[in-house]
Design a protein around this ligand. Structure first.
Ligand SMILES: Cc1cc2nc3c(=O)[nH]c(=O)nc-3n(C[C@H](O)[C@H](O)[C@H](O)COP(=O)(O)OP(=O)(O)OC[C@H]3O[C@@H](n4cnc5c(N)ncnc54)[C@H](O)[C@@H]3O)c2cc1C
Length: 529
């Protein structure tokens, strides 16, 4: 199976036509995405007795974790930040917000209710550091519904383009694979691997696991109805007799590609329960900013980083003050500026470090959110939270986990993709904000025909057009890590880097925080050596 990567023109012309075939999901573990946090509780630093000054570049979670903890330990800390706000990618776009993307287009948001988390939007339970800081900084959290059996799997080439419920596909796949395995056991295909006694246990287990009948077949039955649902639901009194739903046929199901769309739910980072901050992911960035606001110089665009044996000097442009170039000196510098930008700045480090900085490409990602007059996905289709997946270039539709069952407008994350290979993300990044909304509306209408009728407004984020990241996150490969990762994380004289790109959990806020903690632990050890 393959995805045809459309050009900008093709993507636009695909509106109104059928899209390509099933998505292939990136093996995320190879990029470190599935790594577990090794956070083991609050950091303890020996501290600075002599007022050691540390200049931190970038007020995302890596920079602000470092700033918060270093100040607590007695260091003299200052943060330089390009934007007029802190939090970096930990950001939420709501009604009234606007920004100008690279290329000059204004992106605005007029949502009455609801929001877009353009970057981070969900928290796996094993991201212990994020949860610890949320607790410490009073950021209220609520469940994030990742998997909802009522949401859809959709392939434009299968079932006449009709979406299928996640629960139906999953139950059927489990049923058919159990039936096949039972057959193999009964035909003696596993006699060498499994003892006779264990074969009995396996058959018994498969019967329950796959909801097989007494002949080990997966067919329509009351028991199957109990697992995959009903065509006529059990009712009360003299209501019609319940009728179990009928499994999808095995061959077409196998060929539909929908099975592959289920894999995402099995990944460790997406395991239930997941969480999100009440009011949007930006609440985390805001909370870190509130703790460190007095240390941050906003609207400061760092342009050059120099060092000698005794100190570091950072040149920055005062974006508020008419672009005047200013300087700041310190004993040490922790730089959390994304590598996609840092690679373009003058920085006084070894050639090896310069090569490492320039070596890591940034993933391309985009999101589109659409506001609708009513929550029709809940009211008409009983999809309350969760995510539908599709082979169309929107890739997924995520329904809000907040304001559930409320009347009035609601916002869905109507398109999102980050996958670095065989994807549409570069094409989406070439569309204007208005074209992105139109494309999301058109493709999404094939899954939810209510889209056009209920649409109010939309907003988007194309990460390659965000001037302060120029991309989504560091896209490591095993080879790149082998060659450059240690150099990137080591001190180079008085300068050290931090950020999600300096972690084994890239693309997650946990990685940014852990990287910030790790770099200050080493800095503190050095100062106190
Ligand atoms: C699409 C997407 C989806 C994601 N999904 C999730 C998720 O579901 N859950 C999760 O936990 N994480 C997720 N992440 C990852 C998470 O957002 C990042 O890992 C984390 O926020 C990065 O923090 P950071 O401090 O390393 O960088 P940033 O937050 O980018 O901070 C860097 C700061 O440097 C500033 N800066 C840039 N250039 C300059 C300059 N020249 N001078 C001064 N300052 C400068 C920037 O303005 C920014 O504030 C996602 C990210 C994206 C983009």
């Amino acid at each position: 199976m393959s995805i045809t990567m459309p050009t900008r023109r093709q993507l636009l012309s695909m509106i109104g036509h059928a899209a390509g075939t099933t998505a292939m999901y990136q093996a995320m573990t190879s990029m470190g995405f599935a790594a577990t946090s090794d956070y083991s509780g609050p950091i303890e630093l020996a501290g600075s007795q002599g007022g050691t000054k540390v200049l931190i570049l970038g007020a995302g979670l890596a920079g602000l974790t470092a700033a918060y903890e270093l100040r607590k330990a007695g260091y003299d800390v200052k943060v330089l930040e390009y934007q007029n706000r802190g939090g970096g990618r930990s950001w939420t776009i709501s009604g009234g917000d606007s920004f100008t993307e690279l290329g000059g287009h204004d992106v605005d948001c007029t949502f009455e209710k609801g929001y877009l988390n353009p970057g981070p939007w969900r928290l796996p339970i094993h991201h212990y550091a994020v949860f610890d800081y949320c607790r410490k900084f009073n950021v209220p959290l609520q469940p994030f519904i990742m998997k909802n059996n009522k949401a859809y799997l959709h392939n434009s080439q299968a079932y006449g383009g009709k979406p299928q419920r996640i629960g139906d596909v999953e139950t059927d796949i489990r049923g058919y694979t159990s039936e096949l395995l039972a057959k193999s056991v009964q035909q003696g295909a596993l006699d060498e691997q499994v003892s006779a006694e264990d074969q009995e246990k396996l058959l018994e287990g498969l019967k329950g696991w796959g909801v097989l009948d007494k002949n080990y077949r997966y067919v329509t039955s009351e028991a199957v109805g109990e697992h995959r649902g009903w065509d006529v639901l059990p009712g009360g009194g003299l209501m019609p007799k319940a009728e179990p739903s009928t499994p999808l046929d095995f061959g077409p199901l196998l060929n539909s590609g929908l099975w592959e769309q289920l894999y995402v739910f099995n990944e460790y980072v997406h395991a239930p329960a997941m969480f999100e901050p009440v009011g949007g992911m930006g609440r985390i960035g805001d909370a870190f900013t509130e703790q460190t606001r007095d240390l941050i110089r906003f609207n400061a665009r760092v342009s050059k980083i120099e060092q000698n044996e005794g100190q570091v000097t950072v040149h920055y442009e005062d974006r508020e003050g008419g672009g005047e170039v200013m300087q700041e000196t310190a004993d040490y510098c922790i730089c959390t500026i994304p590598l996609s930008i840092l690679a373009q700045l003058e920085i006084d480090v070894s050639d090896e470090m310069k090569r490492a900085i320039a070596s890591v490409p940034y993933a391309s990602a985009f999101k589109v959110a659409l506001e609708f007059k009513r929550r029709f996905w809940e009211q008409d289709e009983w999809i309350v939270g969760g995510i539908s997946y599709t082979d169309l270039p929107i890739k997924q539709i995520a329904y809000p986990s907040y304001d559930l069952f409320e009347d009035g407008p609601g916002v869905v994350q109507a398109a999102y993709d980050t996958y670095p290979t065989k994807n549409y993300t570069y094409t989406w990044n070439t569309l204007t904000p208005q074209e992105r909304i139109e494309a999301a509306l058109e493709f999404g209408s094939r899954i939810h025909p209510q889209y056009r009728e209920e649409f109010i407004s939309g907003t988007s984020c194309a990460w390659h057009r965000i001037p302060w990241t120029l991309g989504c996150y560091g896209q490591w490969t095993e080879e790149l890590r082998e060659e450059h990762y240690e150099t990137l994380c080591e001190f180079d004289g008085r300068i050290a880097l931090a950020g999600e790109h300096c972690s084994h959990i890239p693309a997650w806020q946990e990685g940014a925080i852990l990287s910030g903690l790790d770099v200050i632990r080493r800095l503190d050890a050095r100062v106190n050596a």
